[in-house]
Every structure is written in structure tokens, then in C-alpha cells.
Ligand binder design. Structure first.
Ligand SMILES: Cc1cc2nc3c(=O)[nH]c(=O)nc-3n(C[C@H](O)[C@H](O)[C@H](O)COP(=O)(O)O)c2cc1C
Length: 245
């Protein structure tokens, strides 16, 4: 069983959710192809209170953040998941403040949670090995999507998680898009329905990101030889060739 969390980082029901839903549909389809059971959960920053970390260091005692707001509810979902797919609108060429607050607090409280088992002298991060993928879209092109995705990839790395591999040509580091300068909530959905090319690419790349996330999660869980994607899908040929008995 692979548990997937779709994490919508927009404060509105909009384009991020549209692309996230495309990815989650693709998760289901890939799970069926791989013969893998999947459980999908979702969460959103919409209408959530997420204050910034104040470095009180309370979480260093026990991993529990001392700020009383909606952080704990999102953290619980995050901790349970094997795969997290973020869908993030670009804000000021990066992630929205609510998501940054969540990631800051998640990082420090995860560190605090396991600190004692490593001992006082060993400064290290736990490795939950969750698979992390990111979709990002903004109102303009080349206006922060890649930077936003890289912020999430960096967060994955520092959190002991595994970023989804890239793919050509639609999805070099993650999935992305832009709304052709349309600020409406359903811009991408409308454009996709109308057959507009950049919306199509955003949808295709969101779907393919989800496929790669599932493949990687199964690989991490079951090992390469028990991973149908690695054994059968030609995209993994170079990896398969290196696997010896
Ligand atoms: C505070 C703020 C900052 C933004 N900064 C950018 C930006 O730097 N680049 C960009 O392309 N879009 C930017 N946008 C536009 C949103 O990313 C865009 O409208 C997106 O489609 C919203 O996604 P949603 O429908 O999921 O909320 C910004 C929007 C807001 C509210």
C-alpha cells in the first residue's frame, strides 16, 4: 500500500488544485497498472492559520511545535504519507508564505522529534525517504515556477526525502505552467478544455510527475527487482542494466 498526499499550497480553489487533481487521477491509474494498492489523502493551506517559526526551540525537546494553529493537522498528514505531491502557485517568484511557514516548522520539529535517538553530539536529519514531487504554476511564463519547484526539492533533500526524477521534455525538474496572464481561478481548466498548448503541457507534466512519483515509491518500498516499473518500463532500462544478481 502506498499512501499519497496531495498538498495544495494555494489559499484558493484554483489552478493549483486543478493540476493537483490531474496528478492524483494519474496516481490512481499508475497504481492500477503496477498492481499496487494506493490510498490518497489531500490537504490544503486554504483557510488555514500557519504562523511563521519563532525559534522558541520547544520542538527540540519532543518534536512538538508550540505554536497553536493549524500546523499540527497538516504535519500529521505529511508524516503518514509515502508520497507527497505539492501543487504550488508562484508567489513573488517562490513559494507562498503559508507553505514556507509550514516547511520551516516541519523541518525543525522533525529534527527535534528524533534528536534524542542520535545523541547530543550528532547533528543529523532523520531520513523518512518520502517521495516528493512538485507542480508549480504562475500567471506569467518564466516567472518563478522553476525556483518554486527547486525550493520544494531543497526541502525534500534537507528533510531526508527523495525528489521525483525529472523527465523530458515537459517536466525537467517538476511540472509547471502559466495561465497566459489570466488571473482567474479556473484559467488552466478553461484553457485545457479549449486545447490551448501550454495548459496541455501543464496537465501532461502534472500527470507524468505523478507516474514517476508512484514508480519511485514502489521501488523504495519493494526494491528494484520487485518493482514492475523498473522491470518492464523501458524508461528504466539504464537502471535495470546496472542491477546484477
Ligand atoms: C502575492 C502574489 C504573488 C504572485 N507572484 C507571482 C510571480 O512571482 N510569478 C507568477 O507567475 N505569478 C505570480 N502570482 C500569480 C499566481 O501565481 C497565479 O495567479 C496562479 O495561477 C494562482 O494559482 P491558484 O489559482 O492556484 O491560486 C502571484 C500572486 C499573488 C497573490
Amino acid at each position: 500500500m502506498i499512501r499519497v498526499l496531495g498538498f495544495c499550497a494555494s489559499p484558493r480553489v484554483g489552478n493549483s488544485l486543478f493540476l493537483l487533481n490531474q496528478a492524483l487521477e494519474s496516481v490512481k491509474a499508475r497504481a492500477a497498472e503496477l498492481g499496487e494498492e494506493v490510498e490518497i489523502d489531500t490537504c490544503t493551506i486554504r483557510a488555514k492559520k500557519l504562523a511563521g517559526c519563532v525559534m522558541c526551540q520547544g520542538c527540540m525537546q519532543d518534536g512538538i511545535c508550540r505554536i497553536k494553529d493549524d500546523f499540527g493537522e497538516l504535519q500529521e498528514k505529511w508524516l503518514k504519507a509515502d508520497v507527497i505531491i505539492y501543487s504550488v502557485p508562484v508567489y513573488h517568484m517562490g513559494v507562498p508564505a503559508q507553505l514556507k511557514a509550514f516547511l520551516d516548522r516541519l523541518g525543525n520539529s522533525s529534527f527535534g522529534r528524533y534528536k534524542k535517538i542520535f545523541g547530543e553530539d550528532m547533528v543529523t536529519t532523520p531520513r523518512p525517504m518520502k517521495v516528493i514531487g512538485c507542480i508549480s504554476q504562475g500567471i506569467h511564463s518564466n516567472s518563478g515556477q522553476e525556483n518554486t519547484i527547486l525550493q520544494i526539492i531543497n526541502s525534500a533533500l534537507i528533510s531526508g526525502c527523495v525528489p521525483v526524477v525529472g523527465d523530458m521534455w515537459e517536466s525537467y525538474v517538476g511540472a509547471g505552467g502559466w495561465t497566459l496572464n489570466d488571473e482567474s481561478r479556473n484559467a488552466l481548466e478553461k484553457q485545457f478544455a479549449a486545447g490551448e498548448e501550454s495548459a496541455r503541457v501543464a496537465v501532461v507534466s502534472s500527470r507524468s510527475l505523478a507516474v514517476r512519483a508512484m514508480d519511485l515509491a514502489v521501488l523504495l518500498r519493494n526494491g528494484a527487482k520487485n518493482s514492475p516499473a523498473v522491470m518492464k518500463d523501458p524508461k528504466y532500462i539504464a537502471f535495470k542494466e546496472t542491477i546484477k544478481d
